[in-house]
Design a protein around this ligand. Structure first.
Ligand code: DCP
Ligand code: MG
Length: 433
């Protein structure tokens, strides 16, 4: 039996698990991490598996969580602590292979094809990694092992928590076939609903559909969908320097044409992007905005900045300028802001004096955020609006890079008309921009 060399490792209930590790009295109890408690207007970042038994999940309004589980323990997000734990886990991965692609704060793809002589076959490496994470951080992780990132990702999610799923080479399509369509990475609720019109319930149903039927309905993503349903995914594990962009996007609970809501959301997204740029020590050279309307029509627009930046304001202003003509007269479903053409700060010409002053203020705010959590300092205009936290959604995942929407439990959908663009894939080369 040959097995693939790609691992997808994802920590279980990450933020909540860190809190339960640090406070043993919380173990076995429903723990909900996010915002300022059950009366806050924000959303749940994550919930422990005990809390999930009450129906609580990420991105759910905290008030709903409070109603579902009044006796739950509600904790604020301690971003700095989770970032530190994330760093420790990523360092463990790098002991087993240099080929690590971090996808979000708690997950990564690993290509272990060069590591077998040292550490054994991929499934053995997966066991060792799980054991090392547990011994050194007290956290548990779930791992999928397969020939592709797509199948490894589905595998890691299947037996959570503390799962290990190995899909042998040649068995990808058979492994995926019985699973519900929502398990397929890249299929969100809207795509699942659209596919239900074709009678698709399982991934196998999708694999059996005539590709031209899908192309008519989903544009150029139709053909991708068929391939993915069969477990075909040729995307390699990309190492860190391949990270070409940092972005966030937000799907509105209800489509909106309200200017204030749209602007506030852009500001929240710009703030999240700026914060992550600073964390990564990078500057944005170009800003890309993605706008999807209620008819699923998606456009991306980009603008080169006069001066590369990692500050909220210039990113917000560029995003606003780009978005304005695209949102006019439409009901908006999704907005995204992405920074591309990333530079290292030292490649920069000298900052103007007022910019460096603003930088110092920003630095101070970042320190408070790192210490007391993400939501401790929020621009006055954003206060109490329940905007997405910067951790919430990152379209710079491998899927988004390939122009595919992400899957997962959050509201997420495919580009219905097929002209959605991967904001992360050197947009300058994309004719639709
Ligand atoms: N996160 C967030 N908001 C979201 C989704 C996630 O703030 N909408 C944060 C909290 C999570 C962390 O990112 O702990 C990792 O996200 P995962 O989707 O991997 O969720 P968990 O690790 O919490 O749970 P699971 O066991 O399902 O992986
Ligand atoms: Mg996780």
């Amino acid at each position: 039996m040959t097995i693939g060399t790609i691992l997808h490792v994802d920590l279980d209930a990450f933020f909540a698990a860190v809190e339960q590790r640090d406070r043993p009295e919380l173990r076995g109890r429903p723990v909900i991490v996010g915002g300022g408690g059950p009366d806050d207007r924000g959303v749940v970042s994550t919930a422990s598996y005990e809390a999930r038994a009450f129906g609580i999940h990420s991105a759910m309004p905290l008030r709903t969580a409070g109603r579902l589980c009044p006796d739950g323990v509600f904790l604020p997000v301690d971003g700095a602590k989770y970032a530190r734990e994330s760093g420790r886990v990523m360092a463990i991965f790098r002991r087993f292979t240099p080929r690590v692609e971090q996808v979000s704060i708690d997950e990564a793809f690993l290509d272990v094809s060069g590591s077998e002589a040292l550490f054994g076959p991929p499934d053995e490496i997966a066991r060792r990694i799980k054991a090392a994470i547990h011994a050194e951080t007290g956290l548990t992780a779930s791992v999928g092992v397969a020939t592709s990132k797509l199948v490894a990702k589905v595998g890691s999610d299947l037996r959570k928590p503390d799962g290990l799923v190995v899909v042998p080479a040649g068995e990808e399509a058979a492994f995926l076939a019985p699973l519900p369509i929502r398990r397929l990475w890249g299929v969100g609720p809207a795509t699942a609903t659209a596919l239900a019109e074709f009678g698709v319930r399982t991934i196998g149903d999708l694999a059996g559909l005539p590709p031209d039927q899908l192309t008519r309905r989903f544009g150029r993503h139709g053909a991708d969908l068929t391939e993915r349903a069969k477990g075909i995914d040729r995307d390699p594990v990309r190492e860190p320097d391949a990270v070409k962009s940092i972005g966030h996007e937000h799907t509105f609970d209800e489509d909106t044409s309200d200017r204030e809501t749209i602007e506030r959301t852009l500001l929240g997204l710009a703030d999240g992007v700026a914060w992550r740029l600073r964390g990564a020590g990078r500057l944005a050279g170009t800003i890309v905005v993605k706008v999807r309307d209620s008819g699923f029509h998606t456009v991306t627009r980009q603008k080169a900045l006069v001066e590369p930046t990692d500050l909220t304001e210039p990113i917000f202003l560029a995003a606003l300028e780009l978005a304005r003509p695209e949102v006019r007269g439409k009901r908006i479903r999704l907005l995204g802001v992405t920074a591309t053409h990333l530079d290292e700060p030292d490649q920069l010409a000298l900052f103007a004096e007022d910019v460096s002053r603003r930088h110092r203020v920003t630095e101070a705010a970042d320190q408070v955020k790192r210490r007391f959590g993400e939501r401790s300092i929020v621009r006055a205009r954003l206060l109490g609006r329940g905007l997405p936290a910067p951790f919430e959604r990152d379209p710079s995942s491998p899927l988004a890079r390939r122009g595919l929407p992400e899957g997962g439990p959050e509201p997420d959908e495919a580009d219905g008309d097929g002209d959605g663009t991967a904001a992360d894939e050197s947009p300058a080369d994309d004719p639709s921009l």
